[in-house]
Design a protein around this ligand. Structure first.
Ligand code: ADP
Ligand code: ZN
Ligand code: ZN
Length: 737
């Protein structure tokens, strides 16, 4: 069928948030002046009977469609996304085979995604008039409050209403100056919500290694640098100095942190270093309006420093001067549903596009970044010494097989904890499982409490008297008797943080035991509050999951106990050994961060395991390099590019059939070869989740570029596949199996 293309002076090409990998053409809304239309603005558009918020990507004059509908309404006068941001997001949509509309939606904060007008958060700004600027210094000497406000405006330029309020300049004073014609208000860009107040702190003198790192990162051009530095070696100090340089050049600094790294403690440290600068924190703990405000201040180039978790990488930053990724190995930088992007990988792309440096820092770099550094693609810089007076901790393995363990702890470990507390110091116990016990079993018939929706056991939470699934959050009341044989003899198998808390509280009665896991820290502030006694320096026992492994600087912790080091060494997931090594090293790094020496005790059933030995004797650096050699032999990432095509369905057969056809589609385009290999469909590691069976096809290739055409072909085919009960996804550079 021959269709007649539409020509029109202005056709809007929009990214509409629907799961289709194409842009959609519309005519401008009725009555909208086409001169007022610019890419980066939002529009309301009609789509399949619904009304959606779309972003204008391009203005064209010809459409392949036979008939175009007008958009309903123009939302923004000023574009929200500048040119560079649009190019970046469009590129990401291509790389991850994601619908452009979904990428733009992911980039926007919820309030703007729902179509709220941006000028809802516009700020009022106070500026000097020409008369005000020309006033002699001493003209207002008899009105000191007016004088001080005038001084502020002279030295720092215009000030927002929010800032003036925070600095204590009353509206009466402002009015007095306005009546004299010295100042005036104007509407302007949003400012970020203020951070918790912090005492300004002067920076420490840099050590030689830190100076070398800073000298090697030029701020006037693109470079990608891996900063490998043990915990406490002063990486954050380097970030702060780099940020200071960027601010001095009049540019914005972007700092990406892991989900649980954006603590009030981190924010305080940054706020204390940069008083007078506007700092926007973007994270899930913000109310919708605050988040929109922070985002708009970043996108308007108003915020000097933008700190955020994963999605902050998608925020437009018109004055971008550097991108810093802290704890770059952290799994939370990879989005695991929707658009499955890696914020860490995108950081490097963004830096290249903007011509600014990208600094990836970690004590335990991901194998991806380490590979890039060792192969010369990234600059590789190291901090080998701990900053200040801190010394590296001593690490000892405690074999547990055949030992008389008490609730999972060896006698000598308990003795060490007791001695540490008695000396007035703090101990930290790391347990990789929350809840009371990971399983509940019947002693008489062997029944196990399974999740009805997932292929997993229910975890017992004794405090709440519940059984919970940690994969789908299914909950049910704790049972008194076995549903199968009615025996009342049920046992909690294995241990979790709750169980250890009970035991340790009982054993070390004279000292507070602080449990830190997702159940005790519903909010970011809760974690900060919980840790306050530990920061005060009194003797206490900290007990928790990986939430304790990151970021917290607790100088009085001198003993770290890792209750079980074995979990990741025998997993079916090829990345498990990498993650375990990172976790153990990070936890161990909590010991001896202050002036006191630290000790780490690692319990293991297999103290002779060669990887564990390597990690404990030579450290993560040597361990990671060995893992890289193993990955090379096995032809796995990062030595190969990898993508997964995923499908899930309540009916497992449908998902498998779909993936078989998907694989055939891709193989028709590129048959298997030594450079390009297919695997699957195979069940995901967690085979069933929330009632759906999950499978994937894995494709590995020598070059990334070989994967894209295959994935594009797959998406094209899959978008036309008719089975509404089936969900599918493309996962480029997948992290989870
Ligand atoms: P990392 O981010 O590598 O864990 P930090 O930058 O947080 O390390 O530094 C650890 C501690 O050492 C912090 O208390 C920090 O203030 C301090 N520190 C960092 N650099 C120096 C320095 N050059 N001199 C003295 N103390 C420093
Ligand atoms: Zn039973
Ligand atoms: Zn479940």
């Amino acid at each position: 069928m021959q269709q007649q293309a539409v020509k029109h002076s202005v056709i809007l090409r929009l990214a509409v948030p629907v799961p289709l990998r194409r842009l959609f053409d519309y005519l401008p809304p009725e009555g909208v002046d086409s001169a007022a239309v610019a890419p980066g603005q939002r529009f309301w558009v009609p789509f399949g009977g619904r009304k959606l918020v779309a972003v204008l990507v391009d203005v064209v004059s010809e459409s392949p469609l036979a008939e175009l509908k007008p958009a309903l309404e123009q939302i923004d006068r000023e574009p929200l996304f500048d040119r560079r941001s649009r190019d970046f997001l469009n590129w990401a949509a291509g790389y991850y085979q994601a619908p452009a509309g979904e990428i733009y939606a992911a980039a926007l904060p919820a309030a703007l995604r729902k179509g709220k007008p941006a000028d809802h958060w516009a700020e009022q700004w106070l500026e000097l008039t020409t008369d005000g600027k020309g006033l002699p210094e001493t003209a207002l000497a008899r009105a000191p409050k007016q004088q001080s406000l005038l001084q502020l405006l002279l030295s720092r330029g215009r000030q927002s209403r929010t800032q003036l309020k925070a600095l204590g300049h009353s509206s009466t004073i402002v009015r007095a100056l306005a009546e004299r014609g010295l100042v005036e208000w104007s509407a302007g860009p949003t400012v970020p919500p203020p951070l918790p107040p912090a005492e300004p702190t002067p920076p420490p003198e840099l050590n030689e290694e830190q100076r070398q790192v800073l000298a090697a990162v030029a701020t006037d051009r693109f470079s990608a640098t891996l900063l490998e530095g043990t915990t406490g070696s002063g990486k954050t100090e380097v970030y702060l100095r780099l940020m200071a340089q960027v601010l001095a050049g009049g540019r914005q600094a972007l700092l990406l942190v892991p989900e649980i790294g954006l603590t009030p403690q981190t924010l305080r440290r940054i706020a204390a270093r940069f008083p007078g600068h506007s700092i926007a924190a973007l994270h899930s703990g913000l109310a919708e309006g605050e988040r929109a405000q922070a985002w708009l201040s970043a996108a308007a180039g108003q915020a000097d420093i933008v700190i955020g978790t994963r999605s902050a990488i998608l925020t437009p930053l018109p004055r971008l001067g550097a991108v810093i990724v802290d704890e770059e190995h952290d799994g939370s930088f990879k989005q695991q549903d929707g658009v499955r992007y890696s914020a860490r990988d995108l950081a490097v792309v963004l830096g290249r596009n903007a011509g600014v440096p990208v600094l990836l820092g970690s004590a335990t770099p991901s194998l991806e970044s380490l590979h890039n550094a060792l192969s010369g693609r990234y600059q590789h810089l190291r901090l080998r010494q701990r900053a200040g007076n801190a010394r590296p901790p001593q690490i000892h393995v405690v074999p547990t097989l055949g030992q008389p363990l008490q609730e999972g702890f060896a006698p000598q470990v308990l003795r060490h904890i007791g001695e540490t507390l008695a000396r007035g110091e703090q101990a930290l116990v790391f347990i990789n499982r929350r809840g009371f016990a990971p399983a509940l079993a019947c002693d008489d018939c062997g029944w196990l409490a399974d999740c009805p929706y997932c292929s997993s056991k229910l975890t017992m939470h004794r405090r709440q008297r519940q059984l919970r699934c940690h994969h789908c959050d299914y909950r049910r009341p704790l049972l008194d008797s076995c549903p199968q044989c009615h025996s009342r003899s049920l046992s909690a198998l294995g241990g979790g943080t709750e169980r250890s808390e009970d035991f340790l509280t009982h054993t070390f009665r004279d000292f507070p035991v602080i449990r830190v896991d997702r159940d005790t820290t519903a909010s970011k502030q809760a974690l900060d509050r919980l840790l306050a006694p530990a920061r005060d320096g009194k003797p206490c026992l900290l007990l928790g999951t990986q939430m304790l492994a990151k970021g917290h600087h607790l100088p009085r912790v001198t003993l770290v106990v890792i209750q079980d080091a074995d979990g990741g060494l025998f997993s079916a997931d090829f990345r498990a050994a990498e993650r375990t090594g990172q976790l153990l090293e990070q936890v161990a790094g909590r010991a001896g961060r202050g002036d006191l020496a630290g000790r780490v005790l690692v319990q293991s059933r297999y103290p002779e395991h060669p990887l564990l030995q390597l990690l404990l004797e030579k450290g993560y650096g040597a361990y990671a390099r060995q893992l890289l050699r193993d990955r090379a032999v096995a032809q796995l990432p990062p030595l190969r590019a990898m993508a997964l095509v995923r499908a899930e369905c309540e009916e497992p057969r449908w998902a498998e059939e779909f993936l078989q056809q998907a694989r055939a589609q891709m193989q028709a385009l590129a048959p298997p070869s030594p450079e390009l290999q297919y695997l699957g469909p195979v069940p995901a590691l967690l085979e069933r989740k929330s009632g759906r069976f999950r499978f994937y096809v894995q494709i590995t290739a020598e070059k990334r570029g070989q994967l894209q055409p295959l994935l594009a072909r797959f998406c094209q085919w899959a978008e036309g596949y008719k089975n509404r009960r089936l969900r599918w996804a493309v996962d480029m550079d997948a992290q989870e199996l």
